[in-house]
Structures are given as C-alpha cells and as structure tokens.
Design a protein around this ligand. Structure first.
Ligand SMILES: CC(C)(COP(=O)(O)OP(=O)(O)OC[C@H]1O[C@@H](n2cnc3c(N)ncnc32)[C@H](O)[C@@H]1OP(=O)(O)O)[C@@H](O)C(=O)NCCC(=O)NCCS
Length: 190
C-alpha cells in the first residue's frame, strides 16, 4: 500500500470509491474537484491523501483535509467555532476519512491522517476540526479521532439530513449524528 497526495487525476476513482464505501452520491465529481482544490495550501502543499494498492492501482482509502483559510463549513452547515480554543482562520479541517472495509482496523486511517497533520504542522495551523460519524461501525470514527488527541465539542443530530445521498445505514435521508471534535495542535505540541 502507498500513501500519496490526492491529485486531480484520482477524482474518477475516488468518486467510485466513495459511492461504494460512504453511499451513492455522497460526493459528486464537481464537489470532489472543488475538494481537491480546497486541499491545496497557498504555498502549494496538498493536505489530502489517498491510500493506493500499488499492485492494482486501486484507491483503498481517502483522507480529505483542508488548510486554515480554505474552508468555513463541513458537509453539513452546522459549526460551533465559538466553542473551540482556536480561531476559525487558524484552524484546519478534516473533512472525511474512509478506508476500504477489508483494510479497516489496521491503522491505515491514522496513517493517512498523520500525513495531513504533518502538512498542517508545516503550515503552522493551531487546531483541526472534524465531524465524527457517531453511528460508524464499531464506533471507529470517534475512536480513531480520540486516539490521536481530538476532544468532543458538541453533537449535531441529523447533521447530514440535507445531503442528497443514500446513507449506508439508513438510506435516504441520512439521520446520523455528527460529533464535532477539535484537536489543539499547540496544546498537544504535535
Ligand atoms: C474510521 C476509519 C477511517 C478508521 O480507520 P482505521 O484504519 O480503521 O483506523 P484504526 O485501524 O486505527 O481503527 C480505529 C479503531 O476502530 C476499530 N475498528 C476499525 N474498523 C473496525 C472494524 N471493521 N471492526 C472492528 N473494529 C474496527 C479499531 O479496532 C480501532 O479500535 P481501538 O482504538 O479500540 O483499537 C475506518 O474504520 C473507516 O473507514 N470506517 C468507516 C467509515 C467512517 O466511519 N469514516 C469516518 C467518517 S467521519
């Protein structure tokens, strides 16, 4: 397996991957084009990464991540920046992390995230925000974020209800809850 930056040429494969593991239509091609652009810092570093099976060239994982200044909300519109210890314009965003079901539980998610954190650190981001998926199988979404130092801030019930996609858990509309979480890069000395 190889971890490398998410490039525009990956978009068609990433679209098939997210349709399969997150739910059909969760990301459109247009949104992925936008998300890939949002991943690029003004200094040129790419903050989002893909996990690739080198033998087949298949995408097996995706970490979407944006540097401070390139985002102001997640997939849902709810955001409680007033509750974070860092200002929005100094805070990076972990948009989505998905690992192919057969590779989950083997640390690839944290490795993909570590790559993004490395870039955030270089860019001197002070914090990172994520919306964890409360109903994720085996609580893996919340657990991996807690494992790397994130703290829960607030829950947003029905966070993804306005997203026009078929949730792998409840179909359409998605009634899942997001836990807004924050990682303080200064405090954690990361
Ligand atoms: C969340 C996710 C990205 C984490 O990546 P990962 O590579 O599986 O992360 P880890 O290997 O560090 O596992 C994290 C924890 O979840 C558990 N876990 C992950 N997948 C699991 C599975 N399929 N079955 C049982 N436990 C699992 C791990 O055992 C670990 O628990 P621990 O901290 O008690 O040891 C990945 O599991 C995934 O894609 N899940 C489904 C989609 C999802 O929830 N994405 C996040 C949306 S915001």
């Amino acid at each position: 397996m190889q971890i490398r930056p998410f490039l525009p040429s990956d978009i068609p494969q990433v679209k098939s991957f997210t349709d399969q593991v997150v739910g059909a239509g969760y990301y459109s091609i247009e949104e992925l084009v936008e998300n890939q652009k949002k991943s690029i810092a003004p200094t040129g570093e790419i903050c989002s990464f893909v996990l690739v099976d080198e033998a087949t060239e298949r995408i097996m994982g995706l970490r979407l991540a944006y540097p401070p200044g390139n985002w102001d909300h997640g997939k849902g519109s709810k955001l409680r920046a007033d509750l974070w210890p860092t200002a929005l314009n100094n805070t990076a965003y972990f948009q989505s992390l998905f690992v192919s079901p057969e590779l989950q539980g083997h640390g690839w998610g944290p490795q993909l995230s570590a790559k993004a954190l490395e870039v955030f650190k270089k860019l001197r981001a002070e914090g990172v925000v994520a919306h964890s998926w409360k109903e994720s199988p085996n609580n893996s979404s919340f657990k991996y974020l807690m494992n790397i130092g994130f703290k829960p801030i607030i829950e947003h019930p029905h966070y993804w209800i306005d997203v026009d996609y078929v949730c792998t858990l409840d179909g359409k509309p998605c009634k899942c809850t997001a836990v807004e979480m924050h990682l303080n890069l200064k405090e954690n000395n990361l």
